[in-house]
Design a protein around this ligand. Structure first.
Ligand code: ATP
Ligand code: PAF
Ligand code: BAL
Length: 282
């Protein structure tokens, strides 16, 4: 497994593989890998000759009061997991390598970032779109795999790839969960045992609303009210949003008439946790 720290090294590596006729699958991450990340590597592995993992905690997607400085890291463990998963190159740049002192170009989308996480994280998706554009140009993959846990991020990337004519196939990987249903996330590491017990409220709220929709409840205000009081019955929780929206445009809906995205973000202690599911008739 090659470890490449500069953009030039990564680009040279990818160009050489391409000259040999090899295809490249790519999984971008911010490190502190867990089974959710490994599942994305497992999706990418059989699709290509080479498998590239990037680890970069991208400062431009964090707001001023977010957890950039506290973001967990364990590079040695990440490299061990990557090697076990058959990664052939890890791109591990530092901040100065990605954003020089005169850096001034950003990628923004008009609509998708207005919804869901974009409301409380107004600069987030601009930062994600910018860094993913840079990573795509550096790694030059044929296929890239993103998790459905970050459903809005996946929608943003798909839109950006379409709008900017990247010749890269985007694949969404299913959400990997702990046995009690909590979606795996690097930010689960911030939870105290009591907060960890409360964190199950997100996946349980999703299951509760799925059940209500199956029972015929269609009114979004009714569904949201029930989810709110359910989540607030757990200690240490503060709701950022609970929304039902169109799965492609992310526009809010009033009633569940067709397949609908249920998305939620809940602050549990220091961790802002997200989860989602598609619910309703398909
Ligand atoms: N539980 C999961 N199941 C599937 N994919 C996941 C899961 N958690 C993260 N991913 C995906 O892994 C990729 C890298 O995400 P990232 O490194 O930010 O990890 P994370 O665990 O989501 O961290 P965070 O705590 O920042 O949300 C993204 O495409 C993300 O959607
Ligand atoms: C896609 C990504 C690696 C860009 O920094 C990040 O947003 C993430 O880990 O989901
Ligand atoms: N997994 C998304 C990265 C972030 O929350 O910044």
């Amino acid at each position: 497994m090659d470890i490449l720290k500069t953009k030039a090294e990564m680009q040279t590596w990818s160009a050489a593989k391409k000259r040999q006729g090899k295809s490249i699958a790519f999984v971008p991450t911010m490190g502190y890998l867990h089974k959710g990340h490994v599942s994305l590597l497992e999706i990418g592995k059989p699709l290509s000759d080479e498998l590239v993992l990037s680890i970069f905690v991208n400062p431009t997607q964090f707001g001023p009061n977010e957890d950039l400085d506290a973001y967990p890291s364990n590079i040695q463990n990440d490299l061990d997991l990557a090697e076990q998963a058959g990664v052939t190159a890890v791109f591990l740049p530092d901040k100065n390598e990605m954003y020089g002192p005169d850096y001034q170009t950003h990628v923004y989308l008009d609509h998708l970032p207005r919804y869901l996480c974009g409301r409380s994280r107004p600069i987030h998706f601009g930062g994600v779109a910018t860094v993913v554009t840079k990573l795509f140009n550096i790694v030059m993959p044929d296929v890239a795999v993103f998790g459905k846990k970050d459903f809005q991020q996946l929608a943003v990337i798909r839109q950006m790839v379409k709008d900017l004519d990247f010749n890269i196939r985007i694949i969404g990987g299913e959400i990997i969960r702990e046995t009690d249903g909590l979606a795996m996330s690097s930010r689960n590491a911030y939870l105290t045992p009591a907060q960890r017990a409360s964190a199950v409220c997100l996946s349980r709220a999703i299951n509760l609303l799925k059940q209500r929709v199956d029972q015929g409840v269609r009114s979004v205000p009714d569904l949201v009210r029930e989810a709110e009081s359910f989540i607030l019955s757990f200690d240490h929780t503060r709701i950022d949003y609970i929304e039902l929206c169109h799965p492609r445009t992310l526009e809010p809906v009033d009633t569940v008439q067709s397949e609908t995205l249920l998305a939620l973000a809940v602050q549990v202690g220091k961790s802002r946790l997200i989860d989602n599911a598609l619910i309703g008739p398909t």
